[in-house]
Design a protein around this ligand. Structure first.
Ligand code: KIV
Length: 288
């Protein structure tokens, strides 16, 4: 891996993202769940890294994002924080870590900063989350909202499906977005909604919009890194572009290793450690 040293860059903050929107510069966000990926993303210059609850699906192998716990999220957040020094680090609040009460939400959001090394948190939902967002923000913790397809509501939504395709649903989403901005969100993820609606929201809101499956007119983009790299092969969302096919490359490398061990090609002398000949001879001479 070429990402061997941390770049001496400038730390991205929530303010930086707002300034990028003002200047019309696109914001880049990707997910990470471990140290080497965080290091590579940071070195590549992404603005922010999301320790997403997509961890549940792409790393832990669950069917959806619901099973992942706060403890598991914190474990992975810590690894990401060790790898990335410049990007804004955002911890994704898992299912039931913020829905039960505002007090629990503040405590769990605080864990992301205090224990996980994150700079901000993200949570899903619209107007029904306004109180919770405001409480977390009052505690001094920046919050990114997430509307449209909200995967933690997969059962309520009837599957991972595009949202806000009717005028009525779009109006509700617009109200959700404005309410979350009013509650104090510093940015808003728009997932799987029509491109023209995302563009309209982007103009209406002062805070940056970050699209995933929401077209090109948002202030920034986020993707699940395992989708981008072609590592998660169970399914690929229509909106996820694969920039590499690392899943295939990994399988190829594993097959080559198995074959070489089986045929004795690996380890070769190049990958073996040898004793100085005189030491080896001395050992054999003095054997009982
Ligand atoms: O968990 C995640 O990776 C996310 C992104 C899809 C925005 O929420």
């Amino acid at each position: 891996m070429s990402a061997t040293a941390l770049p001496a860059g400038k730390k991205t903050t929530t303010l930086t993202l707002g300034q990028k929107k003002e200047r019309g510069e696109k914001i880049t966000i990707l997910t990470a769940y471990d140290y080497p990926t965080a290091l590579a993303l940071d070195t590549a210059g992404v603005d922010a890294i999301l320790v997403g609850d997509s961890l549940a699906m792409v790393v832990l192998g669950y069917e959806n994002t619901l099973p992942v716990t706060m403890d598991e999220m914190i474990h992975h957040a810590k690894a990401v924080a060790r790898g990335a020094k410049n990007a804004l680090l955002i911890g994704d609040m898992p299912f039931l870590s913020y829905q039960i009460s505002a007090a629990e939400a503040v405590a769990n959001a605080g864990r992301f900063l205090q224990q996980g090394g994150m700079d901000a948190v993200k949570l899903e939902g619209g107007q029904e989350r306004a109180e919770t967002v405001a409480a977390i923000v009052r505690a001094g913790i920046p919050v990114m909202g997430h509307v449209g397809l909200t995967p933690q509501s997969v059962h309520q939504l009837g599957g991972f499906r595009a949202q806000a395709k009717t005028a009525q649903a779009a109006r509700r989403l617009l109200q959700d977005a404005l309410t979350l901005q009013e509650a104090g969100c510093f940015a808003l993820v728009l997932e799987a909604i029509p491109a023209e609606l995302a563009g309209y929201l982007t103009q209406k809101l002062q805070i940056p919009t970050i699209g995933i499956g929401a077209g090109a007119q948002t202030d920034g983009q986020v993707l699940v890194t395992h989708d981008l790299l072609g590592i998660f092969q169970r399914f690929t969302p229509k909106f996820a572009k694969q920039y590499a096919h690392l899943g295939d490359e990994m399988e190829k490398a594993f097959r080559a290793y198995v074959a070489e061990v089986q045929t004795g090609q690996f380890p070769s002398p190049q990958h073996s450690l040898l004793m100085p000949p005189e030491e080896w001879a001395a050992l054999l001479e003095n054997q009982p």
